[in-house]
Write a protein that binds this ligand. Structure first.
Ligand SMILES: [Cu+2]
Length: 152
């Protein structure tokens, strides 16, 4: 059940607002960048359906807790400029967002307030995002992060 909630939050955060889409080519349908006309409809080997691995750094804002069913693994993460969206366009700005993993992750050594780095593997089934978190590690607390909340 929780993974559904996480996915829903992910979708609403990233595709209904927070990740403001770039519609930079007037009249060009989205999702065709880099695709040959005769290849339309086939997933580009490097397109949204392919597994992309991003290195994400951020501040831990919340952790899953059994006594708080709505709690998730939430990061305030730095910009991910090479993030491939469902339509093939690129980029995710720095934001606060729940992260989910379809493989188990060990968060036992992670605390709220930690700065962390992780590998985030994402691929798309249409507009449905899949993601796996691997190799999470705690960064030195003095590590500077470019976060929206750290402006002052
Ligand atoms: Cu995000």
């Amino acid at each position: 059940m929780r993974s559904c909630t996480i996915i829903a939050a992910f979708v609403s955060l990233c595709f209904l607002g927070a990740c403001d889409g770039s519609h930079d080519q007037d009249g060009t349908p989205s999702g065709v960048q880099g695709a040959e006309p005769d290849g339309a409809g086939e997933p580009n080997a490097d397109g949204p359906a392919a597994r992309h691995t991003y290195t994400v750094r951020g501040l831990v804002v919340d952790l899953p807790a059994p006594d708080r069913p709505a709690s998730d693994f939430v990061l305030e993460h730095e910009e991910i400029p090479d993030f491939v969206r469902s339509d093939g366009s690129l980029g995710m700005p720095a934001m606060r967002m729940p992260f989910s993993s379809e493989e188990p992750i060990d968060l036992s050594r992670i605390e709220i307030g930690d700065k962390v780095e992780l590998e985030w593997i994402v691929w798309w089934d249409g507009s449905y995002p899949h993601s796996i978190i691997r190799n999470i590690r705690v960064l030195d607390p003095a590590t500077p992060l470019a976060l929206p909340g750290e402006g002052g």
